[in-house]
Ligand binder design. Sequence first.
Ligand code: IMP
Length: 195
Amino acid sequence: MISLILASNNQHKVTEIRKILPKCFDLVSLKDAGITTELPETKGTIIGNATQKASFVWEATGVECLADDSGLEVDALEGRPGVDSAHYSGFPISADRNMDLLLSQLHGLENRRASFVTILALIKDGVCRHFEGRVFGTISEQKRGENGFGYDPIFIPDGQLLTFAEMDDKMKNEISHRSIALRKLKAFFDLKEGN
Ligand code: IMP
């Protein structure tokens, strides 16, 4: 067994990571690890925030851990919302308002290219390592689909006709940024696909 605290308060990410990683990963929730506060995310970059969240949990518990920081980078917006994806339209956080803002900013623009990125930060043997996954695609004209979370209803991965939110979990998890990063994590632990 590979035992790790999963350093995320985002239930959607936790569910996806648990579905993608094989059974030999024993993923302990923050609650079960006794952490009830929000994790800090103040570094201003995706890699900085992933490292900050993992370091916070490692320092609080002394237990090896895995953090995920992700975002949507839109070419025509010079990479925004990026690290600000979760609260792009302000607080309280609303995925619907975030998507509406982004769609309005892209209104009338031809270039709708974007990519989703996940950076995982793993602290093991006292060392922090990073694993990155990126999936390229386009932003749809309208929200489509009910599955997933965040910006899933407006992201169409390259080679697909459906948005992430129109796909079932299995299909999204085969091609998503998060699954690409997790595949690299599995390779680090030297686990074969499907293990
Ligand atoms: P953070 O990683 O907690 O900073 O949050 C990243 C934000 O990016 C989330 O709140 C979502 O809005 C968005 N996001 C990250 N991954 C995904 C995804 O797989 N689908 C849709 N939106 C995502």
